[in-house]
Each structure stands twice: as structure tokens, then as C-alpha cells.
Write a protein that binds this ligand. Structure first.
Ligand SMILES: [Ca+2]
Ligand SMILES: [Ca+2]
Ligand SMILES: [Ca+2]
Length: 186
């Protein structure tokens, strides 16, 4: 958690000067307090993941996030993909993603089984109400982007993305010690 918060603070510093032309908003989309009703519409809507998982799944991949296909994922592309995935996961469109919605969407998509939905929510749930707003969701995605962006040029290469994913993978469980041979009792 501490690492994620540090990354969030850093992302805030790096991005604080960025606005979209004419619009006094960060290029990376919603603020932590934003809801789907108040957030700028930076993402192209996709259908609910439980109805059409094939529409959401690409947005979790490097190529899918790289909307302009130039081989790098910018912070804006990352935020747009993140917002679209949030909207696809919020199946009942009430502006929050619950554990049940997260599970249903991830099961439909077949997303990285090594992480539980509980852990994913916990990692982003700033106000600890066990559900995620769009603001919490995108803030977490921005922090993750920043952590992956090892040369801090506000864009991810495929190599940075792959290294970031690899670093996220839970450590392989330590091999369990060989069972001690018990000396037969005599
Ligand atoms: Ca791009
Ligand atoms: Ca919901
Ligand atoms: Ca929350």
C-alpha cells in the first residue's frame, strides 16, 4: 500500500501541470473524488463485461490500451482504458464497483487468476467502504502506470509494461520443506 500511495503522490506532482485544452482537468481523467456522473467523458463506452467480455478484454492488454497504435501507452491512453474498464465492470451502472461486480466481470473476461478480486479492490479502495468509485479506480490505474513507467517519461513501452506486470506477480511460493523422515520407532 505504501508504495502505491507514494506512486500516487508522485503522479500527482508530475501531472499537476497537465490540462486538456480549454478544459481545466488533468489529462489522466477523473480525480479521486469523481464519480461516473461528474468525471470527464474521456473514455469511449464499452458494453458491460458480463454481456460482452470480448469488448473489455483488449483494454487490459498493452496493444488494446495503445489507442493510437504508436507503440507506447501514454498516461492519457492508460486513463481512458481504465475508465472504460470501470464502466464495463459497473454492471448495474450505479457508479461503484462492488466485489460481486468485480468477480463477475473478471470471471467473464478470464482475467489474471493469481489476484483475488478482494485484493484488487482493497488495493484501490481509498475510503475503505469495500467498493470502488471511478475516482478510486482511475487513481489506482494512474499509480500503477507511474510505477511501471521506469524512465518517467509519461509513456510506457511494451518492455516497461511487461516488466511492471512481472513485478506485480505474486512471488512464487517457497518450496515446502521436504517432509522430515521420521525414524521408525523401534
Ligand atoms: Ca499510444
Ligand atoms: Ca455497481
Ligand atoms: Ca471506496
Amino acid at each position: 500500500m505504501r508504495k502505491a500511495w507514494t506512486a500516487t503522490a508522485l503522479a500527482g506532482l508530475l501531472l499537476s501541470g497537465m490540462v486538456i485544452g480549454g478544459c481545466d482537468r488533468k489529462e489522466t481523467g477523473p480525480e479521486t473524488g469523481d464519480t461516473t456522473a461528474t468525471a470527464p467523458p474521456v473514455a469511449t463506452p464499452v458494453p458491460p463485461a458480463i454481456a460482452d467480455p470480448a469488448a473489455t478484454k483488449p483494454l487490459l492488454s498493452f496493444a488494446g490500451m495503445d489507442a493510437d497504435g504508436d507503440g507506447v501507452v501514454t498516461s492519457a491512453e492508460n486513463a481512458r482504458a481504465s475508465q472504460a474498464v470501470f464502466q464495463a465492470t459497473d454492471a448495474d451502472k450505479d457508479g461503484t464497483v462492488t466485489l460481486a461486480e468485480m468477480d463477475a466481470a473478471r470471471n467473464a473476461i478470464g482475467e489474471r487468476a493469481e489476484f483475488s478480486s478482494e485484493k484488487l479492490i482493497e488495493a484501490a479502495d481509498a475510503d475503505r467502504d469495500a467498493k470502488l468509485t471511478l475516482g478510486e479506480w482511475v487513481a489506482n490505474a494512474n499509480a500503477r502506470f507511474s510505477a511501471f513507467d521506469s524512465d518517467k517519461n509519461d509513456a510506457l513501452t511494451l518492455a516497461e509494461w511487461q516488466a511492471g506486470i512481472a513485478a506485480e506477480a505474486p512471488a512464487a511460493p517457497a518450496p515446502s520443506p521436504a517432509p522430515k523422515a521420521t525414524a521408525p520407532k523401534r
